[in-house]
Write a protein that binds this ligand. Structure first.
Ligand code: AMP
Length: 283
């Protein structure tokens, strides 16, 4: 496995791979790698001949007051995980490498960045879309792999790449969960054992949604009320939002129909956690 810290060095690795006819896959990450990231690497290995993992804690997607400084950066361990997972190249640039001068050029996706997390993290998606565009321009992958766990991010990136005719395919991979249902996340490291147990109610609330849909309930406010009750069973959970939206437009819907995303964001102690399920009620 190769490790590149500069744009020039990752580009020359990619050029060599491309010259030998290889299909390139990119898995963008912020490091602190876990089984969720490994599942993306595995998906990339199935589809591609040369898998690049980027590790970059992107400052422009953190809103002031968020956890940019204390975000975990276990770099040696990440390299080890990548090596064992069969990654071909790790691209781990410094902030100066990615933003050598003040950044005044941004990629902005409208409308679908406004609801859900967009309301609570102003500027976050602009940072995400801009860094992903930069990574796509540097690595020029055929496929880029994202997790369903960050559903809005995946939908925004897919839409951005379609709207801007980016020559790659965005692949969205299923959410990997702990045995209690908690979605695996680098931010779970902020949680105590008790808080991890408490956080299981996030997925329980999503399962409740699934059960209600399966039993024929269509009214979204009825479902949201039941989900809220499950989250409120745990005093340490502070609900940010529970939303049931159209999976393409991300607009709230009153009646459950078509392709629907049910998404939850909460705070537990020091962590902000998100999770979601995608349901397709089309006949
Ligand atoms: P991050 O390092 O948290 O920015 O995540 C990098 C990528 O891994 C994103 O596309 C995430 O959606 C994805 N990811 C994070 N956690 C999970 C998970 N539990 N299951 C699947 N994908 C995940």
């Amino acid at each position: 496995m190769e490790a590149a810290e500069t744009i020039q060095s990752i580009r020359s690795l990619i050029k060599a791979a491309r010259d030998s006819g290889k299909i390139i896959g990119l898995v963008p990450t912020m490091g602190a790698l876990h089984v969720g990231h490994i599942s993306l690497i595995e998906a990339a290995r199935k589809k591609c001949d040369y898998v690049v993992v980027s590790i970059f804690v992107n400052p422009t997607q953190f809103v002031p007051g968020e956890d940019f400084e204390k975000y975990p950066r276990p770099f040696e361990n990440d390299l080890d995980i990548c090596q064992k997972a069969g990654v071909d190249a790790v691209f781990a640039p410094s902030p100066e490498q990615m933003y050598p001068v003040e950044n005044i050029t941004w990629v902005n996706v409208k409308k679908i960045t406004e609801p859900l997390c967009g309301q609570f993290r102003p500027g976050h998606f602009q940072g995400v879309t801009t860094i992903c565009t930069k990574l796509f321009n540097i690595v020029a992958p055929d496929f880029a792999f994202f997790g369903q766990k960050d559903a809005q991010q995946a939908i925004v990136i897919r839409r951005m790449s379609a709207d801007l005719n980016m020559p790659l395919e965005v692949v969205i991979c299923p959410t990997v969960r702990e045995s209690n249902g908690l979605a695996v996340s680098s931010r779970n490291k902020y949680l105590s054992e008790q808080q991890k147990k408490d956080a299981a109610n996030i997925y329980k609330s999503l399962q409740k949604c699934q059960q209600m849909i399966d039993s024929g309930v269509k009214n979204t406010s009825e479902i949201i009320d039941e989900m809220r009750k499950i989250l409120q069973q745990v005093p340490s959970i502070e609900i940010e939002y529970i939303s049931i939206v159209d999976a393409d437009t991300l607009q709230n819907i009153e009646h459950f129909t078509g392709k629907v995303l049910t998404a939850v964001a909460v705070r537990i102690g020091p962590a902000r956690l998100i999770d979601n399920i995608l349901l397709d009620t089309r006949e």
